[in-house]
Design a protein around this ligand. Structure first.
Ligand code: GLP
Length: 240
């Protein structure tokens, strides 16, 4: 595992974007596993800038996102599909049909999960981008999730709903469930980049890197993967 500690959020966004820009330059039809949350926003801005200057193109790139809230369709402004369209896809030259986010709506969530697992098994990801939850979650794989998990429906922990409430009009509006890639799906990507910023992630960063590898900290599973780059700022590294 490679750990890169940078000064601040701006440098984190630059460094992590550069890793993806390099990948797309070398492999124009790369398959990218993408993530939502506030941490990758700066990274996405840098990708948009790289497309605008003609440095890279996403016209042959495919993307598969980590997760989606149950009950929010793609037009809801807090759905992760909406987030991706607004913060990346609408501003780059990607074919929207080549962008995949697990569906969070529909009568048969089990079928949605099975179809997403099939997609993940069929299309091999060159990289999976991850943020980090304050409790060590990756995607929406909360503490206690088996490392063998594949795409599944999760009940969100109160602390996760609280952390994400800042994006909703009221805490009650935060969905109680989500569909997420499982930890096995995450580990199946050829490489992984995790980004974390700020002191509120410092304990989780320390647990991910230094505690025993266990389901208590889902992100500790990344130490089982041969090609992981962790990009964190000094604040997130402050407990190391
Ligand atoms: C959410 C997402 C995760 C994300 C995490 C951290 O719960 N499901 O994929 O990594 O929040 O988000 P942020 O980057 O906003 O701190």
């Amino acid at each position: 595992m490679k750990v890169i500690i940078v000064k601040n959020y701006e440098e984190l966004s630059r460094k992590s974007a550069d890793l993806i820009i390099e990948l797309v330059k070398n492999k124009p039809d790369a398959v990218l596993g993408l993530a939502t949350g506030s941490t990758p926003l700066g990274l996405y801005k840098n990708l948009i800038a790289a497309v605008n200057t003609g440095e890279i193109s996403f016209k042959d790139v495919k993307t598969l996102n980590l997760d989606e809230y149950v009950g929010l369709d793609g037009t809801h402004n807090q759905s992760y599909r909406y987030f991706m369209n607004e913060n990346l896809f609408n501003s780059i030259d990607i074919n929207i049909d080549n962008t995949f986010v697990p569906g969070g709506c529909g009568d048969n969530l089990e079928e949605i999960c099975a179809n997403y697992n099939f997609l993940l098994d069929t299309v091999s990801r060159d990289v999976q981008l991850l943020g980090l939850g304050g409790n060590g979650h990756i995607g929406f794989n909360e503490p206690g999730t088996p490392f063998s998990s594949t795409t599944h429906v999760v009940t969100l922990k109160p602390e996760t709903r609280k952390a994400n409430a800042r994006f909703f009009n009221s805490p009650d509006e935060v969905p109680t469930e989500a569909v997420t890639m499982g930890i096995k799906n995450v580990l199946d990507a050829k490489s992984i980049i995790l980004v974390a910023s700020g002191t509120e992630k410092a304990n989780a960063v320390n647990a991910m890197l230094n505690d025993e590898i266990s389901e208590t900290c889902p992100a500790s599973a990344l130490r089982l993967h041969p090609d992981v780059t962790v990009v964190i700022d000094e604040a997130a590294a402050s407990k190391l």
